[in-house]
Design a protein around this ligand. Structure first.
Ligand code: F0G
Length: 468
């Protein structure tokens, strides 16, 4: 589908030489988070906080009421959030991970040694649990194990594994589902799987929360793929998904179509009271939660726009277009195309590299050198280190993620990305692995530094620093 909008403001793209990129990559320690955006031509690092706002969102900024408490903007935000998701208690936060911290801080104050299962925790959820001494367990469904296998709901949780975990001896204080499943391909979770997960959690007397960052995209897939929902509106599907949950954490930087913001929403009045208390201490008074009034306005408008069927059709079609273009060039992709990003199977792209030489990280560097395109690692660097024990092992998936900012790039940009990666694929046999030279124990993907591995057995002996 063509872009269902026209362009009113433009931002020039930085165009660099290969020599400039080589220098920039070395200076960044081969970690693309360390690059200056001015050295990146097409930035697919994340779809988070990178959306282009609409004219209505920009106009809404002018209505921002910056009163410290009880601002009009807060009430507009609250009305939209309550109507969209259906939870009676809403605690704002400056972004998704802050909402996670409020939830876990309010629910698990003394949960050290406990386990929280999910279809796949995102790195911030894993990090927020691990700093409390709680272990984050991923229980993806069997279909998710094979990146190349197309199945409609590869984001589902493995219900048998969840049942076993809930019956086991380790306490489970909370069950979560991430919709869509960002860590494993941006794949959707079916309504049936959400309902069954909720039932298992509730039978065990455990609350069930959605990490709902990309809930509109997940709802679109349900509408397209799950029988019985063909004629249900996206708004109704979203509410139905939430009706199974005790609450959600939300990053408005994704399906809020905003550049900042998030919230925790819940049915649990006592939990909400505790979370509000934590909010006052760290985020701000609970009618702004670290956000300006104008941010609350932008989110309120964004939440309405993101449920638009044409917007979502174009969004999901764009991702499918990029995946198809890359596949046409022989590149091994996670299939089917997910919601917010195209995922390259880096282990299949670079089979000559051991996983502890971080093929996805190495591939990212090469893609950047080739054409100034920045993607993100979702593999062993991001998920391979257990922050509670310091033990490292290859992650279940070794992926390069090309995340599409919302309403930002056109199809010709995406065709350029496909050509760039196609050129890297032609010279894949000469690509070398990396070793880590320094890293923290938690969320190392953001700050670890790398150097080229010198031999095929040269793996990490990094300097570890604390302070996370
Ligand atoms: N949950 C999921 C599934 C996410 O993808 C993210 C962020 C968060 C929680 C945290 O939200 O950034 O607002 O604090 N994902 C971004 C990404 C960073 O690039 O996928 P946040």
């Amino acid at each position: 589908m063509y872009e269902p909008y026209k362009i009113k403001v433009v931002e020039p793209l930085p165009i660099t030489t290969r020599a400039q990129r080589e220098q920039a990559l070395r200076a960044a320690g081969y970690n693309l988070f360390g690059l200056r955006a001015a050295d990146v031509t097409i930035d697919l690092l994340t779809d988070s906080g990178t959306a282009a706002m609409s004219q209505d969102q920009w106009a809404a900024l002018m209505r921002g009421d910056e009163s410290y408490a009880g601002a009009r903007s807060w009430h507009r935000f609250l009305d939209v959030v309550t109507e969209t998701f259906g939870f009676p208690h809403v605690i704002p936060a400056h972004q998704g991970r802050a909402a996670e911290r409020l939830l876990f801080g309010a629910l698990l104050p003394t949960a050290s040694g406990h386990t929280v299962p999910s279809n796949a925790h995102f790195d911030t959820t894993k990090g927020n649990l691990e700093v409390l001494g709680v272990s984050a367990r991923d229980l993806p469904c069997a279909e998710a194990a094979d990146p190349a296998k197309a199945a409609p709901f590869k984001g589902n949780i493995d219900l048998d594994a969840l049942r076993d975990l809930l019956a086991g001896s380790r306490p489970v204080p909370l069950v979560m589902l991430t919709v869509t499943n960002n860590a494993a391909g941006g794949q959707p979770v079916s309504m049936a799987n959400i309902a069954a997960t909720a039932a298992l959690a509730h039978e065990a007397g455990v609350p069930f929360y959605l990490d709902a960052c990309r809930i509109a995209e997940n709802a679109y897939f349900i509408q397209q793929r799950e029988s019985g929902y063909e004629h249900t509106s996206i708004a109704d599907i979203v509410r139905h998904m939430c009706s199974h949950a005790d609450g959600i954490t939300f990053s408005a930087k994704k399906d809020g179509l905003a550049n900042i913001g998030g919230f925790l929403a819940t049915r649990d009045e006592q939990l909400a009271a505790r979370a509000r208390q934590l909010c006052v201490v760290s985020e701000g008074y609970p009618t702004y939660g670290g956000l300006a009034g104008r941010d609350l306005e932008a989110i309120a408008v964004g939440l309405r726009e993101v449920l638009d069927a044409d917007y979502l059709r174009h969004r999901i079609d764009s991702t499918a277009f990029l995946v198809a273009e890359l596949q046409a060039r022989g590149i091994p992709m996670v299939l089917p195309a997910g919601g917010h990003a195209a995922y390259i199977d880096a282990a299949a792209f670079l089979p000559h590299l051991p996983l502890l030489q971080y093929p996805a990280q190495a591939l990212l560097g090469e893609i950047y050198l080739e054409g100034g395109v920045r993607g993100a690692e979702l593999g062993t660097v991001t998920f391979g280190l257990d922050g509670t024990t310091g033990h490292e092992q290859p992650a279940a998936w070794e992926l390069v993620r090309l995340a599409l900012p919302r309403r930002v790039y056109t199809r010709s940009h995406l065709a350029y990305v496909a050509d760039t990666i196609g050129a890297v694929y032609q010279r894949r046999h000469g690509i070398r692995g990396l070793r880590i030279t320094e890293q923290p124990l938690v969320m190392r993907n953001f700050t670890a530094r790398f150097a080229p591995a010198t031999t095929s057995v040269d793996t990490a002996a990094p300097k570890v620093y604390q302070g996370t």
